[in-house]
Design a protein around this ligand. Structure first.
Ligand SMILES: Cc1cc2nc3c(=O)[nH]c(=O)nc-3n(C[C@H](O)[C@H](O)[C@H](O)COP(=O)(O)OP(=O)(O)OC[C@H]3O[C@@H](n4cnc5c(N)ncnc54)[C@H](O)[C@@H]3O)c2cc1C
Ligand SMILES: NC(=O)c1ccc[n+]([C@@H]2O[C@H](COP(=O)([O-])OP(=O)(O)OC[C@H]3O[C@@H](n4cnc5c(N)ncnc54)[C@H](O)[C@@H]3O)[C@@H](O)[C@H]2O)c1
Length: 479
């Protein structure tokens, strides 16, 4: 019996949207199932609202610190409700791109409902049965909530619910100093909250290198944010369900108006029943996929956060495309996890791709750093905190790097292309870069490697030989 659909995609976040559009472009009959809002976390509760809030916070910060340029903004006020209005407007402006109408134009049919597998090639959507030849699971993740005494007495904010606030919490305690805790904690502090971050790890952004963490920590200090490292909450006490007091494992008591949990994410697979389709789950609770994103059921693929890939919208999108291409065209394209660029949109931004400098091996790799303190644009903007650092192999090919500073995420594009295409520093150094830009720091790091190569080994001997020949030739002409 022919299946109803060539491909059913479950979940309409970045992974599911790209998977559906890709498959439809190949001419497949595609059904996209979404239980909540088309667009997923990135649009409604993730990238878009957080970057819009950060933009408002940045405006407040610039105004507050503009004295150093001789610009006075006395009686600065922040209207938090209007800042949140900007956040909602940005979401509403982008949302139509992911609407059912826009998808229908591309040939993707959308059904609203909860998907649940019933067999190896069948599922139900809100109880109605459907069959598929292939499927992509792109169900994403949701905020993990902490468990300690009293958590049932308080309505903890998460990255799902914070966007409903219209009033700025005077006193915000954030649990977790990772990407979400850092981005949202700093934004709320700049908009006027008194922010304390309680972080279980010993430093902020523990998955980034130590120097980046230290620079960000210093910036948090200037924003008036208190960070308590290596601590956990033991108890929370709240009488009205919103405000209360958080008691830490060392007895510290932290009063709060609102408490924000940002301690990581878990998958939403409970209702999907992947086991009924023969899809295995990893011990960490993600869909178990091979390098081509195929699950233990050869007809079912997975992409994005649900597949345990690095939790970024661009990763979700690219992996969605890989999964759909493999499903529809019968290819075995793989997703390369090692060249994933990432940017934490704090101030300064922390951006990185490929091999981390701390993983460089002496004698095999070289590491070059260029400081923003000697980057003219950074000096002109009085934003000298930051640096660019690259890792190159013995042939001068760029393997990875870090950029910390204003607009670091924009400069990362060039570094990502270099790492992904295995370009040598000679290519980057040889391309004329417009002056003055923050990208000069990256450019200078690549020039440092080229200069290093010119001064060492066979290249140095070759250049000296050429110069000697030239001197002898010109001398021979009787100059
Ligand atoms: C605050 C925050 C800020 C972020 N900022 C950035 C950033 O700046 N840059 C970046 O790259 N990444 C960022 N991320 C991460 C990014 O949002 C995620 O990696 C990305 O959204 C994952 O996409 P996805 O498609 O895998 O899953 P999701 O976007 O979570 O989509 C999954 C969809 O599946 C639906 N679903 C689940 N189960 C079912 C079911 N059984 N039936 C039907 N539908 C179902 C859900 O309702 C959901 O809409 C941020 C995340 C957060 C929370
Ligand atoms: N700019 C971006 O691309 C961006 C922005 C936000 C989120 N994201 C993605 O979303 C993912 C989830 O972000 P996240 O911040 O929730 O998780 P995370 O894994 O980045 O950080 C969690 C932090 O919480 C701490 N922690 C864990 N349990 C704790 C507890 N009980 N009490 C106190 N601290 C605790 C950890 O030590 C860690 O510092 C990120 O890994 C990232 O991939 C990306």
């Amino acid at each position: 019996m022919t299946a109803e659909w060539d491909l059913i995609v479950i979940g309409s976040g970045s992974a599911g949207l790209v998977a559906s559009r890709t498959a439809a472009r190949f001419g497949a009959r595609v059904l996209l199932v979404e239980r909540h809002r088309l667009g997923g976390d990135c649009l409604w509760t993730g990238c878009v609202p957080s970057k819009s809030l950060i933009a408002a916070a940045h405006a407040a910060h610039v105004a507050r610190t503009s004295e150093r340029f001789g610009v006075s903004t006395e009686n600065l006020t922040v209207d938090f409700a209007r800042a949140m209005g900007h956040v909602r407007e940005a979401v509403d402006t982008i949302a139509p791109h992911d609407s059912a109408e826009a998808l229908a134009e591309l040939g993707v049919e959308v059904l609203h409902g909860d998907a649940r597998f019933t067999g190896r090639n069948s599922l139900e959507i809100d109880g109605t049965p459907h069959t598929f030849t292939q499927a992509v699971i792109a169900t994403g993740t949701e905020p993990r909530l902490p468990q300690f005494a009293g958590t049932d007495t308080v309505d903890m904010l998460t990255s799902d619910s914070i966007w409903e606030l219209d009033e700025l919490p005077r006193n915000l305690v954030v649990l977790g100093g990772g990407a979400i805790g850092s981005e949202l904690g700093q934004a709320m502090a700049r908009l006027g909250s008194d922010v304390t971050i309680v972080n279980r790890s010993t430093r902020i952004l523990p998955s980034e290198d130590e120097r980046s963490s230290a620079i960000l920590q210093a910036s948090f200090g200037r924003d008036g944010i208190t960070v308590l490292h290596g601590r956990s909450a033991a108890e929370v006490v709240s009488h009205d369900g919103l405000a209360g007091e958080l008691v830490l494992d060392d007895g510290t008591r932290l009063p709060f108006d609102r408490l924000l949990a940002a301690i990581g994410r878990s998958t939403r697979l409970g209702a999907l029943a992947p086991e009924l389709a023969g899809v295995n789950i990893t011990k960490d609770g993600y869909i178990d996929v091979d390098a081509s994103l195929r699950t233990s059921n050869k007809r079912i693929w997975s992409a994005g956060d649900a597949a345990g890939l690095p939790k970024f919208s661009h990763v979700a999108g690219v992996s969605g495309s890989v999964a759909a291409t493999n499903a529809i065209l019968g290819l075995r394209r793989t997703f390369n996890e090692h060249v994933v660029p990432r940017v934490t949109f704090t101030s300064p931004e922390i951006a990185a791709v490929g091999m981390a400098p701390q993983d460089a091996v002496k004698g095999k790799h070289r590491v070059f750093t260029s400081e923003h303190a000697s980057t003219d644009r950074a000096i002109a903007e009085a934003e000298e905190d930051g640096f660019a650092q690259i890792v190159v192999d013995s042939r001068g090919r760029v393997l990875g790097g870090i950029i910390v500073g204003p607009r670091a995420g924009e400069s990362l594009g060039e570094l990502s292309v270099a790492v992904s295409a295995k370009l040598s520093t000679s290519v980057l150094a040889g391309a004329t870069h417009a002056y003055p830009t923050f990208t000069d720091a990256l450019w200078n790091a690549t020039i440092a490697d080229v200069q290093h190569r010119l001064q060492h080994g066979i290249v140095k001997s070759g250049i000296q030989l050429l110069a000697r020949i030239r001197r002898a030739t010109l001398g021979g002409r009787g100059r």
